[in-house]
Design a protein around this ligand. Structure first.
Ligand SMILES: Nc1ncnc2c1ncn2[C@@H]1O[C@H](COP(=O)(O)OP(=O)(O)O)[C@@H](O)[C@H]1O
Ligand SMILES: [Mg+2]
Length: 332
């Protein structure tokens, strides 16, 4: 049986913002529970605006207003076997003990996080200093060159300024930076969305190889189901702040249960299939005033009366497969 290295329980939160002088709450993460196993890729899928990036920020512990966590817990088992309650730690402890070493984060649009005024090597050296890692400069440079090579980047990249690199190369540099200290968990938020399809495949296969060699675990966020089909061991489907289905990737693709999962898979283009793809009409709801009952009901072709009135319970089919939909709830 695989070890759970990260456990998220009933996590709930969002953004406290003002519209004019009216205070509102954007309920972006609603009662989310999931586990991450040792040595696996757990995908998080769903359209844009469903709360995937917010969930990533919460798990990483980078809670900056207007983002707030209202309830729930996140516990982490470190490489040393210590169990840490992430939301009880102060930010200094999280920075020192967790970030880069236990959990690394590749934020969405991360090719733009590099400092334009610094050469790549100077950005990396800063990270060593920050973690008080004692290595002389030549050793650091060698280590950096090796890390860049894992992502098929030429070693000379360390002397470049970000603007001298293409978008795809900058993205790879940021990914290399996140892998520098062999983190046990990598939280990758749309790591390949901003690059072209060919570069996307190259980056994904390099990430896959790195992970398999290092036996780390990934939480891989993407709106693109083909990325999930290629990368994930398990997949969680997120809709309007809820995880509506979770399961082994093969099982979910073979037999999707939730009508939303079915629609996401339907929209994939299959080899040799010339039929017109059925897209899902409409878009995810406004999370300030989400629909009552099941949040998906206004777009759901199978909606019945109860779906409009009451939130569906989570039905577990087995330990690692669950669905949140009235069609599977028993008794109704
Ligand atoms: N800084 C913010 N302030 C207010 N609302 C935000 C902020 N960031 C995201 N949101 C809102 O939170 C919801 C979830 O967004 P996000 O987590 O980015 O979704 P996803 O990553 O799935 O596209 C959206 O309705 C979005 O508009
Ligand atoms: Mg996002």
């Amino acid at each position: 049986m695989s070890l759970d290295i990260l456990t998220v329980n009933n996590l709930d939160g969002g953004y406290e913002v003002f519209i004019g002088n009216r205070r509102v709450f954007v309920h972006a993460v609603d009662d989310v529970s999931l586990t991450l196993h040792d040595n696996e890729v757990l995908g998080v899928a769903g359209e844009s605006g469903c709360g995937k990036s917010t969930l990533a920020k919460m798990v990483y512990g980078g809670i900056i207003p207007p983002l707030v966590v209202r309830s729930g817990s996140i516990s982490l088992v470190t490489r040393g076997g210590e169990v840490l309650e992430m939301n009880k730690l102060d930010i200094d402890t999280i920075r020192r003990k967790i970030w880069w070493i236990e959990i690394s984060y590749i934020p969405q649009n991360s090719m733009n996080v590099l400092n334009p005024l610094k050469r790549i090597k100077d950005q990396f050296i800063g990270v060593f200093k920050y973690h008080n890692i004692e290595m002389d400069k030549n050793e650091i440079i060698k280590y950096l060159k090796d890390t860049l090579t894992t992502l098929s980047l030429p070693p000379e990249v360390i002397n470049a300024y970000p603007h001298q690199l293409s978008g795809g190369m900058r993205q790879r540099v940021v990914i290399a930076l996140s892998l520098l200290f062999n983190p046990r968990i990598v939280l990758a938020d749309e790591p390949t969305t901003a690059v072209d399809v060919v570069t996307q495949r190259v980056i994904l296969s390099l990430l896959k190889e790195w992970r398999e060699n290092n036996k780390s675990s990934f939480i891989l966020i993407s709106h693109d189901m083909s990325v999930h089909a290629y990368m994930d061991n398990r997949i969680a489907i997120m809709y309007a702040g809820n995880i509506v289905e979770l399961g082994n990737t093969f099982d979910v693709f073979r037999e999707p249960l939730h009508p939303y999962t079915k629609a996401l898979i339907e929209s994939l283009i299959r080899k040799g299939d010339k039929s017109i793809r059925k897209g899902l009409a409409g878009q995810p709801p406004d999370l300030i005033n989400p629909p009552p009952g099941c949040r998906f009901h206004p777009r759901c072709p199978y909606a019945i009366n109860i779906c409009r009135a009451k939130e569906p319970p989570t039905t577990s089919l087995d330990k690692d497969r669950y669905v949140r939909c009235w069609l599977y709830a028993n008794p109704r």
